[in-house]
Design a protein around this ligand. Structure first.
Ligand code: SF4
Length: 284
């Protein structure tokens, strides 16, 4: 074996050893029929032995190389990928990605992308993901974006949003302190109630947002939000103002601000429920 081939082979062996693979076989010459036009390299890189199908622990080779040296190219001819040394003995077959840690809102937004998971994608202008403090103690969940929200890409920016802002201020908070989102992120045509298939497609992202924020309280605004978040089908006027367990956090149901705009005398209901929210948050 000439010097160049020997160095190249050494580089490949080092590379596989860093992966914890030590058993190799060499295909016998002549075992594969190659067309005459194919140029056979003077020496093939070694082929890693087939991986066993059952779980099997492979101890990493004894480390003799200083970590800093691992980042050096192993040969001028073939630069092997840099492999960070494991800090502990590991099992190659258990080296699957670790369970996903807590997601950030940015990661969830990236995953949502230019979403076309339901038919609302066909009529929206903008995806209204959510807005506010990513570490909020209080999350509001509404029904879906309206015309103003669709234009601006932000939730609750129309008349109902202004009323919500006033309610938030009435309990001594600012809008920037809370997080606001909806059960669907695209405007249903004509502001109709989101349909089941749309809610089914979109609500997993809502749950992930709540999981990422980990608020102390989720406030469901209106019946569709209550149905989606809490699975309660009773009328909103019956169940409003009550607290419910919701995973590791709690939720409260109240009427949607748009309902109060249509029924101004009902603003007292909203005020009562917001007082309960204030009391709850004070109690922490
Ligand atoms: S409503 Fe949700 S699931 Fe449907 S297209 Fe918009 S972002 Fe995607």
């Amino acid at each position: 074996m000439d010097e160049k081939t020997r160095k190249e082979l050494t580089a490949w062996l080092e590379f596989y050893r860093e992966l914890g693979i030590e058993d190799f076989y060499r295909r016998a010459r002549g075992s594969v029929e190659l067309p005459a036009s194919v140029n056979v390299a003077p020496a093939e890189p070694p082929v890693a032995a087939p991986l066993p199908t059952h779980s099997h622990s492979i101890a990493p080779p004894p480390r003799t190389t200083a970590p800093a040296e691992l980042s050096k190219p192993l040969s001028a001819a073939r630069v092997a990928p840099v492999i960070q040394p494991p800090t502990t003995s590991f099992n190659l077959f258990e080296a699957a990605p670790a369970p996903r840690g807590p997601e950030t809102l940015a990661q969830i937004r990236t995953d949502l992308g230019d979403c076309h998971r339901c038919k609302l994608a066909g009529t929206r202008k903008t995806i209204v993901f959510g807005d506010g403090n990513p570490h909020a103690e209080l999350v509001f969940v509404g029904e879906g974006p309206g015309a103003d929200e669709d234009e601006q890409g932000l939730p609750f920016v129309g008349r109902a949003g202004k009323l919500l802002n006033r309610m938030i201020q009435s309990i001594g908070m600012k809008r920037e302190e809370v997080y606001i989102c909806n059960i669907v992120k695209c405007r249903p045509p004509g502001n109709r109630t989101p349909e089941k298939d749309e809610v089914d497609a979109c609500s997993p992202f809502l749950y992930r947002q709540i999981e990422a924020i980990k608020p102390r309280l989720v406030c469901c605004l209106g019946a569709p939000a209550v149905r989606t978040v809490l699975g309660i089908k009773e009328g909103i006027t019956k169940i409003r103002g009550q607290f419910y367990a919701f995973g590791s956090t709690q939720a409260i149901a109240t009427v949607h601000p748009a309902y109060v705009l249509r029924n101004p005398r009902e603003e007292k209901i909203l005020r009562e429920d917001f007082e309960k929210i204030r009391e709850f948050l004070k109690g922490g």
